[in-house]
Design a protein around this ligand. Structure first.
Ligand SMILES: [Zn+2]
Ligand SMILES: [Zn+2]
Length: 796
């Protein structure tokens, strides 16, 4: 069978537009579970075309007969205005067929034979039509918290297997009632083949219990229109009661789409603080949900782009600049100037927010850094000591999926945590993956990635692979993706770091597989390149916490000339010891003292600085000895550690309670009106960057009474100047004009903005992250791209 692409081979005109034609059209992309067949059905009927449409293992297959002009228009419309949630990858046509003399247009049963690699849709926020019905007393799904349709509702979180049919989702626990079934079967209905279709009569329900699991008695609270079925009101009463409990200060575990949230009144300082205590989460900011963009605007500045980001069908947590007058208590997000807000994305959120005039804290349902709870039994066990009540439902969540976190940088999305609403939709790449690759990602903020042709199926956020539960999510997640997308990777890419659990996993796999170790920061740069669909050599700047270097030391302040094949390290921050290893990450004062000693020698102990006067001399002596002898003091060139040190020196943080806290708080205080920076110095022909002069100037400023706000800003600007200056030097030598910026340090918006402005002013083309995070969540994509390039070149 010969399939030609339409663009290359326009339909034969055969001399007359009146002549009947028959064309088979294969549409590939995200075209199943998104209302594609009913769309084709109504399109064909409107144009009086005959034939049929069906789902097969590669996409949607259409067979039509009619006038060739009409068919051409039909195809144009498929391309130009497909259903909102679909993503048309390609439209291929075959027109060497004999007439079939179709008499009508039909939707046929799925054809599930053959090879299958089919992108699946992510979970989608409640659509406007469903929302209207949800609050329409005449609608039979009035106030039903699981209302959904072909254009909205859960997908990825409920799929157990493919094809995406109800029997392969957790909705198989509920048998459709006759009315739902009729809608499901009716091609003209907007719930035609909406797999999670349900109603009060047949679908899942919410119920409210106390912490011990006893159901809370619900009083009749709502005046009901006589036309309304009494069943509808029961749901509303559960939500009214939940609302009142929240307003009274209760902490409630709420089961949602991808897992449990812990909710409380965001304006109730005492409740928020209690939640912190119970969750053992001392400082890390909580996300909030508000009923409308207007409500969010009472607390944050929201640009047009940010408003669109909040309101799109993914409904991520969007990081927004807090307004000075906001009454959100400090306990929600201590020490930072950004607040994370999201809008309701499931019908039950809308019911929860109906008539509620304030935001709620909606943080992931877990203890401290554990993965989010998604299984009822597990949630009851793990959250019982945190939540006063549980608002649960009886639809199972198959795949735990956290809320995504995103932000807008210079008008463009810059994702921070890619999860619900994004996964498992693939990242499309500019190049083709020659083989199917599994890339295992990093240790923290892990994602894995599987590839097929031009698709990189980057997983949802798995989390920090430091406990068994997360490791299980990782290994089970990989198996699930392999099954869903019918992938059989024979190449495994992994990080150099021998202690990463993702590396150990890769090495434990079958030796028949081709295994490719990838340096962490090369992966960062490659991920930024793949994110931006660029190829060839770039100046790669990778700045982050720590990554294992090819010399066995910990890198993190790196300048490369890189492409997908290799990364040549051109310059890096000078190595310093981290006395105590991981303890030095949790206690930035150790790094600060090491830098002070580097810059000023033992003299630093005489400085009249709060940092020094408070320093425990005995402890410093021990630390200094460790650093000098190299005992448990791995060396690092990390820029993240330098930010930590400065945060400690200006008096912000001697110890951190979550990853990145010291740097985040340093960014928060930076005086935005500041224009000058300090000077880094270059050694060994410009290949080693020394921070001693920066530290000396910074200390001098502090001794002269310059505020920590100004010192923070000057430090940020010195790093921005450094990056621009090193990039210019590399350009002069290598004739390269493109710069890719990657690594967790570039989540610092004050730094990133200043770096981009300087580079652009120098005429560089600058690439930052958008579709995958700059942090380690993007590593898996970079690993896959690098493994692919090296395989293609026969280097492996
Ligand atoms: Zn809908
Ligand atoms: Zn029903």
């Amino acid at each position: 069978m010969q399939i030609k692409t339409l663009l290359a081979n326009p339909l034969p005109n055969a001399g007359a537009d009146f002549m009947d034609a028959r064309v088979q059209i294969l549409v590939r992309g995200i075209v199943q579970g998104v209302g594609f067949r009913p769309f084709i059905f109504s399109l064909a009927n409107r144009r009086s075309l005959k034939g049929h449409v069906l789902n097969n293992t590669t996409g949607v297959l259409i067979d039509v007969e009619g006038e060739s002009t009409t068919i051409r228009q039909f195809i144009d419309e498929i391309k130009s205005s497909p259903p909102p949630l679909s993503l048309v990858e390609s439209v291929e046509c075959r027109h060497d067929l004999d007439p079939a003399y179709f008499t009508d247009f039909r939707i046929l049963e799925s054809d599930s034979s053959g090879e299958r690699v089919l992108p699946l849709s992510a979970d989608i926020a409640t659509c406007a039509d469903c929302l209207r019905e949800l609050f329409d007393p005449r609608d039979r799904r009035y106030l039903y918290p699981f209302i959904n349709c072909t254009n909205c509702g859960p997908r990825f979180t409920i799929i157990e297997d493919v094809p995406y049919d109800r029997a392969n989702t957790t909705m198989r626990d509920f048998e459709m009632c006759d009315r739902c079934h009729a809608e499901y079967e009716d091609a003209s209905d907007r719930r035609f083949h909406a797999e999670p279709i349900a109603c009060q009569a047949c679908g899942p329900r919410f119920f409210l219990t106390d912490a011990s699991g006893r159901e809370v008695a619900i009083d009749r609270e709502v005046d009901i229109d006589r036309e309304v079925d009494i069943d509808n009101a029961i749901d509303r009463d559960v939500f009214c009661r939940t609302q009142r409990l929240l307003l009274d200060g209760a902490i409630i575990a709420i089961k949602g789409i991808g897992g449990f949230h812990l909710a409380c009144d965001a304006l109730n300082d005492e409740a928020v603080s209690r939640l912190r205590e119970r969750k053992y989460r001392e400082d890390k900011p909580f996300a909030m949900m508000a009923g409308s963009v207007e409500k969010i605007k009472e607390h944050c500045f929201v640009s047009k782009a940010e408003e669109n980001m909040l309101a799109n069908e993914r409904r991520s947590i969007v990081l927004l600049e807090k307004m000075p007058g906001s009454i959100i208590p400090r306990a929600v997000a201590p020490g930072v100037t950004k607040l994370g807000f999201m809008l309701p994305y499931s019908p039950h959120h809308y019911l929860l927010f109906a008539g509620l005039d304030r935001p709620l804290v909606m943080t992931s349902g877990n203890m401290s850094d554990e993965p989010i709870s998604y299984d009822d039994k597990d949630a009851r066990a793990r959250l019982a000591s945190i939540a006063d009540y549980f608002l649960c439902h009886n639809r199972r969540i198959h795949i735990r999926t956290d809320d995504s976190v995103t932000r807008v940088f210079e008008g463009r999305e810059m994702i921070v945590r890619r999860s619900r609403g994004y996964a498992p939709a693939p990242i499309k790449t500019a190049f083709k993956f020659g083989r199917e690759i599994l890339a295992c990602g990093a240790e923290l903020k892990n994602t894995f990635c599987l590839t097929h042709e031009r698709f990189a199926f980057v997983s949802h956020h798995i989390g920090d692979l430091e406990n068994l539960e997360t490791l299980r999510s990782f290994t089970e997640g990989i198996e699930h993706f392999k099954r869903l997308f019918n992938l059989r990777p024979d190449v495994v890419a992994y990080d150099f770091h021998p202690e990463y659990l993702s590396t150990k996993y890769a090495l434990s796999l079958d030796d028949q597989l081709t295994k490719v170790a990838v340096q962490h920061h090369h992966a960062h740069v490659a991920s930024c390149m793949a994110d931006n669909c660029i190829e060839g050599e770039v100046i790669g700047v990778a700045m982050d916490g720590l990554g294992f270097g090819s010399d066995g030391r910990f890198w993190g302040g790196e300048f490369f000339v890189a492409d997908f094949l290799e990364a040549e390290r051109i310059a890096h921050l000078d190595y310093i010891p981290m006395p105590g290893g991981s303890k030095a990450i949790r206690e930035p004062w150790r790094i600060a003292a090491v830098y002070l000693h580097r810059a000023l020698g033992d003299e630093f102990l005489n400085l009249d600085l709060p940092f020094v006067t408070k320093l425990d001399r005995g402890l410093w002596a021990a630390i200094h000895k460790m650093a000098r002898t190299g005992t448990n003091s791995p060396e690092t060139s990390s820029m993240g550690r330098l930010f930590d040190a400065v945060s400690s020196l200006v008096g912000l943080r001697n110890a951190v309670r979550y990853e990145g806290q010291a740097a985040i708080e340093l960014e928060a205080i930076a005086d935005r009106s500041c224009r000058e920076g300090y000077e880094f110095q270059m050694a060994r022909n410009g290949s080693i960057i020394k921070a001693e002069a920066v530290i000396r100037s910074l200390v001098e400023d502090l001794l002269n009474g310059i505020s920590s706000e100004v010192v923070s800003a000057k430090f940020h600007l010195s790093v921005a100047n450094l990056i621009a200056s090193v990039a210019r030097t590399i350009r002069d030598e290598r004739r390269l004009n493109r710069v890719a910026l990657s690594g967790g340090v570039f989540q610092n918006m004050f730094l990133l903005k200043n770096v981009c402005h300087r580079l652009e002013a120098s005429g560089f083309e600058v690439f930052t992250h958008s579709r995958v995070p700059p942090n380690d969540g993007g590593i898996s994509l970079g690993q896959a791209a690098i493994a692919n390039a090296n395989l293609a070149r026969g280097r492996i």
